[in-house]
Design a protein. Structure first.
Length: 459
């Protein structure tokens, strides 16, 4: 077999392949055998029909077509390996010449990974938010814990902000009560903003047995987005009583003996959270700086497929789970379809560029993935997916996704390498040291986020 490669542009090549006819022998034999099992000819046992009879009855052309279809993937793969290219996606194959007994010639156009030059990235500098936990942050954290231990007791007075009211609701659109617009015994904390717009004003001042009617746009259900006339009836008013902030509360709500110990623990937890956020922010900004340094041609077909995949996932998975369609989502976001398409394309370009650049770094730095690293990554992905590690691992293996996970880990290690070489300072001018064991885990999440469906986060 002879093959030659022609570069059409930085991301696409054309392979020209010439195959001597004798190379088709195995595929021709397989074609005759397959046709033998599919047809019957009077006077011959099934599977025992001679080749010349098959040619006479069904045509030599049918046999050649079957043989060529069987052989093309093998010849294409050999040509790719010989040319030492990295194809992306499926090729566009064109048979240019097929002479029975002489030759098979074909061309295959396919997108390829572009050649990328990674410049010196040791001079990258980024600025991040400092780790600052204020007394106000501590108080807010403790108050959130305190509210979880609040108790309620019925009162015989008008409802006020902060009270928990038990209510019955009925929604009408165009004078008709909606089938899914009736709810009884709903508990609602006035001022929480967890139900319909306007409900706080409607129930404030009502006693048990009182009712009011107000107009609000429905946030879900069969008439989502429509204006409805909502009648609310208060069946009970209860006051929320918060426990005293003292040592007794600390012992009830935590493993600590004193309120001071509880507050100290809250400070430590908040600092850890801010430290994690700071590291993630640093990695995102280092990645952005790295991408600015590298010129990466983007294959048109790959970009088109990525954009379509992102839109499909958003419309048929994320939005579907929330009971939204694309039009309603764009209305909520305040975007036009053109703006949405442009943002999706930008996100897809960044995702592809991120993968290409970090994969090139993996090769250049000769980064390998150990079994332990892969297992740790699998555990994190399983936790984020809501599946058990065993279930997630089985799904990954059955779906042939192990190489994808290996790639994610390797790209995380590549990004961690760049972050370690970069200078990271907070807005106070303090140099941040990010060289710890969590770097690669956080970097994996950063690269996944950059290359994954950003629209899920927006939704």
């Amino acid at each position: 077999m002879k093959s030659a490669v022609e570069t059409l542009n930085p991301t696409r090549v054309r392979l020209t392949v010439e195959v001597p006819f004798e190379e088709l022998k195995d595929s021709l034999d397989a074609a005759y055998k397959k046709i033998n099992q599919q047809v019957t000819v009077k006077g011959f046992r099934k599977g025992k029909i001679p080749a010349r009879v098959i040619d006479q009855r069904f045509g030599r052309g049918a046999v050649l077509e079957e043989a060529v279809n069987d052989a093309l993937p093998k010849f294409y793969t050999e040509a790719v390996n010989e040319a030492e290219i990295n194809p992306l996606g499926q090729p566009e194959v064109d048979i240019t010449e097929l002479k029975d007994g002489e030759t098979l010639n074909f061309t295959a156009e396919v997108d390829v990974r572009p050649a990328i030059e990674i410049p010196d990235y040791s001079g990258i500098e980024v600025e991040v938010d400092p780790i600052e936990v204020s007394d106000e942050d501590i108080e807010k954290s403790v108050e959130q814990l305190r509210s979880r231990f609040a108790s309620t007791s019925p009162v015989e007075r008008a409802a006020a902000e902060g009270d928990v009211v038990t209510i019955d609701l009925e929604a009408k659109v165009d004078g008709e009560v909606l089938a899914d617009g009736v709810a009884d015994g709903v508990q609602y904390t006035i001022g929480s903003g967890e139900l319909l717009d306007g409900i706080d004003e409607a129930v404030t001042g009502l006693e048990a047995g009182g009712e009011a009617t107000f107009t609000s746009e429905l946030k879900g259900g069969s008439a989502e987005g429509k204006e409805a006339e909502v009648t609310v009836k208060v069946t009970q008013v209860a006051s929320r009583e918060l426990p005293e902030l003292d040592d007794e509360f600390a012992q009830m709500a935590s493993e600590f003996d004193t309120l001071d110990e509880l507050k100290a623990d809250s400070r430590k937890r908040l600092e850890n959270m801010k430290q994690y956020d700071q590291a993630t922010q640093a990695q995102e900004r280092v990645l952005d700086k790295l991408l600015e340094l590298v010129e990466v041609p983007i294959p048109e077909k790959l970009l088109e497929d990525e954009v379509n995949t992102r839109k499909h996932n958003l419309e048929h998975h994320q939005l579907g789970q929330m009971g939204l369609d694309l039009a309603k989502y764009l209305e909520i976001q305040g975007k036009t379809e053109e703006e949405f398409d442009a943002e999706t394309k930008d996100q897809a370009v960044k995702g592809i560029k991120t993968q290409f650049v970090l994969d090139e770094l993996v090769n250049r730095e000769k980064l390998n993935v150990s079994q332990e690293e892969l297992t740790e990554h699998l555990m994190r992905r399983a936790a984020s997916s809501g599946m058990s590690p065993d279930q997630f691992a089985q799904a990954v293996v059955e779906g042939g996704q192990v190489p994808m996970l290996v790639g994610e880990v390797a790209r995380g290690k590549a990004l961690a390498t760049v972050v370690e070489a970069a200078t990271v300072k907070d807005t106070n001018g303090e140099v941040i040291d990010l060289s710890d064991d969590e770097d690669e885990a956080e970097a994996e999440e950063t690269t996944e986020a950059a290359a994954d469906a950003d629209e899920k986060t927006e939704a």
